[in-house]
Design a protein around this ligand. Structure first.
Ligand SMILES: *[C@@H]1O[C@H](CO)[C@@H](O)[C@H](O)[C@H]1NC(C)=O
Ligand SMILES: *[C@@H]1O[C@H](CO)[C@@H](O)[C@H](O)[C@H]1NC(C)=O
Length: 368
């Protein structure tokens, strides 16, 4: 009975190829976002749109950016990140990195404070979450000063109050715990303090008048080609991912979900949307062929070839790297970050609201 399954496979493929683009345009045009929201984003490389490059001068070379921007923008991907697709779904421009002092520093639509490598702990280390929040507080004070002095191109008090505050952090905290060779028990013990930092961030923004929050949980860490290549003794799950890493990510996520629930009852008038990135990404890995991807656990850009194409000494963009021809067949761009093709599917799933609680549409935040 190979025929029916083959047929259904190719049907699946046809449905994806034909309807996925339709789905995007419908998502984009449905959002009657005449006045897109101002967005402030805090996080790590998953949403860094150039902060590391601008802030530390750290070189992020081609082939990063090769697909969409045709040059490196400091994003760790061949093209757009999830946050870019989220902005585009509202017809909003891409977010400028806070530390980008060139190009006229356009911050009228919001600011991106996310920087590659950021975690919540330790605090007071560039660019931990609490530093990013401090940068926001400085930005806000300065913006209001400029508005008071007559500037029209700055976000005003109402803009800050109506803005969406997005947070996507925690992946590096959980990953660092493992790389410091902490035991599983020790890794799990650290989780509440990571979540506490996110809570402090949300509460600080709330005290500043912020009421709209969009919080991503963390993805399946144990499915990253980087981890798979570096970890020696691996307890692999049925999809080839490291179980202990994924368990820790899930525990973190469960804690974060509960924390969001608690904050919803504590912070009167706040909308706190929790988005289950783990399920979005794990579905993509587990069902990769259904989505048109062929190598869910192998990096497109790296070194060493199959099975993971990751070598910590020759990472993507560094001398000697090798890059695949068709990034659109790969989920992983560089062993840690996703390809634009993957991010597009991830965005369509995030925008579907199926992974959000409460199930708020992203264009709920429009200011129309
Ligand atoms: C999207 O943005 C463009 C350029 O700013 C504008 O011309 C267009 O009307 C916007 N579309 C919607 C649906 O808001
Ligand atoms: C894979 O797809 C099937 C069918 O849509 C779904 O039931 C399952 O939950 C998916 N797997 C994961 C890990 O999400």
């Amino acid at each position: 009975m190979a025929f029916p399954s083959l047929l259904s496979q190719s049907l699946n493929f046809i449905i994806l190829v034909i309807f996925l683009p339709l789905f995007f345009t419908s998502v984009a045009s449905h959002s009657q976002c005449k006045s897109p929201p101002i967005i402030f984003n805090f996080g790590d490389s998953n949403s860094d749109t150039g902060g590391l490059a601008a802030g530390l001068g750290f070189p992020v070379n081609l082939p990063n950016g090769r697909l969409f921007f045709r040059q490196s923008t400091g994003r760790l991907s061949d093209g757009r990140l999830l946050i870019d697709f989220l902005c585009q779904s509202l017809n909003a421009s891409f977010l400028s990195p806070y530390m980008d002092s060139l190009g006229g520093s356009r911050f009228t639509n919001g600011v991106n404070f996310a920087v590659v490598g950021s975690s919540t702990l330790p605090k007071y280390v560039p660019f931990s979450l609490n530093i990013q929040i401090m940068q926001f507080l400085h930005f806000k004070a300065r913006a209001l000063e400029l508005v008071a002095a007559g500037s029209r191109n700055m976000i005003n008090d109402e803009g800050f109050r109506n803005a969406v505050y997005m947070i996507d952090i925690g992946q590096n905290d959980v990953a660092d715990s493992f790389s410091k060779k902490l035991s599983n028990v020790q890794v799990i013990k650290r989780i509440p303090s990571i979540i506490r930092e996110i809570e402090i961030a949300v509460k600080t923004l709330y005290d500043q008048g912020g009421r709209k929050f969009w919080i991503h949980n963390t993805g399946p860490l144990g499915c990253l080609p980087q981890k798979l290549a570096l970890v020696q003794k691996k307890d692999l799950d049925p999809h080839g991912c490291i179980s202990s890493y994924n368990s820790a990510a899930k525990l973190f996520n469960e804690g974060l979900r509960r924390s969001c629930q608690r904050m919803r009852s504590q912070l009167t008038g706040a909308t706190i949307v929790y988005v289950d990135m783990y399920s979005v990404k794990y579905d993509l890995i587990a069902n990769s062929s259904k989505y048109g991807f062929s190598n869910p656990l192998m990096a497109c850009c790296g070194f060493g070839g199959a099975p993971y194409n990751y070598n910590i000494k020759v990472t993507c963009g560094q001398p000697g790297y090798q890059v695949c021809d068709e990034g659109s067949k790969f989920l992983s761009w560089d062993g840690i970050h996703y390809t634009e093709a993957a991010n597009a599917v991830i965005a369509s799933k995030v925008l579907s609201t199926a992974y959000s609680s409460p199930r708020a549409l992203f264009d709920f935040f429009c200011r129309n």
